[in-house]
Design a protein around this ligand. Structure first.
Ligand code: GUN
Length: 238
């Protein structure tokens, strides 16, 4: 049976853009963000790219009309970002010298959800992503290309079915939200997440914005039933 999907945090703030952290976080989380030099992520939460394999491989993704359009859109948005804040331009969406026929063999990021930025909104990549948990708990919601909804909990309690590792294949829409910690011993859910949800994500072949897109409201309506769309619309950014 389909599980009800309810965000734990009623007040959902998400980072509007990729850039300097501007939300106030509790000291332990602020210190983690500073130590790892994380930025706000356009999906919500924080991230930092920790590895980009210098090995270039031929892109396995066809440069069809749709991906040409995405490339142009990314280039346009990139230009707008540079013009908006000439003193302090936000990080580029398209890396200088990027050749759409090639990809780095892999990229890896840290990704963090916190009580102030507790959700990652629905998006997909053309490449597959390998996720590894470091700390905290979270709920994942996937929408497969045929409209099937899959949900699971990531966390340390493997005996209760929580995942330490999870793979999301290319083309699947993914959203995530922070869950409260479990008490040591009895495993009961506590009222809060003290240190957020910290994971690593390795994208193969490597991440590029032109391989990434957000789910829109109309896209959601096309994929799932009206009932499903109602439950999931709070995870749609556009
Ligand atoms: N830049 C913005 N978002 C991402 C991401 O998800 N992965 C990588 N590697 N870089 C990014």
């Amino acid at each position: 049976s389909r599980q009800a999907i309810k965000p734990f945090f009623s007040q959902t703030k998400f980072a509007a853009n990729q850039g300097s952290p501007d939300v106030s976080e509790p000291p332990a989380i602020a210190s983690l963000i500073a130590s790892l030099q994380m930025l706000t992520h356009i999906e919500g939460g924080y991230f930092v790219e920790t590895d980009r394999d210098p090995l270039l491989i031929r892109s396995p993704f066809p440069l069809d009309a749709a991906s040409q359009r995405t490339l142009e859109l990314v280039a346009q948005q990139n230009q707008q970002r540079q013009q908006q804040l000439p003193q302090q331009p936000p990080p580029a969406l398209q890396r200088p010298g990027f050749d759409p026929h090639h990809r780095n063999a892999s990229t890896t990021i840290f990704y963090l959800l916190t009580p102030s930025s507790p959700q990652g909104n629905f998006h997909r990549n053309r490449a597959r992503t390998v996720h590894t948990l470091h700390k905290g708990r979270g709920q994942y919601v996937l929408i497969h290309p045929d409209g099937r909804i899959e949900t699971f909990v990531v966390g340390q309690d493997v005996a209760r079915g929580e995942k330490l590792q999870w793979i999301v294949e290319g083309g699947i829409y993914k959203a995530s939200f922070l869950l409260p910690d479990r008490a040591n011993g009895n495993g009961e859910e506590l009222g809060e997440s003290r240190e957020g949800l910290l994971i690593s994500e390795t994208v193969v072949p490597g991440f590029e914005f032109c391989d990434h897109d957000f789910l829109t409201r109309s896209g959601l309506m096309e994929l799932v039933s009206a009932d499903g769309a109602k439950q999931l619309e709070s995870f749609v950014r556009l």
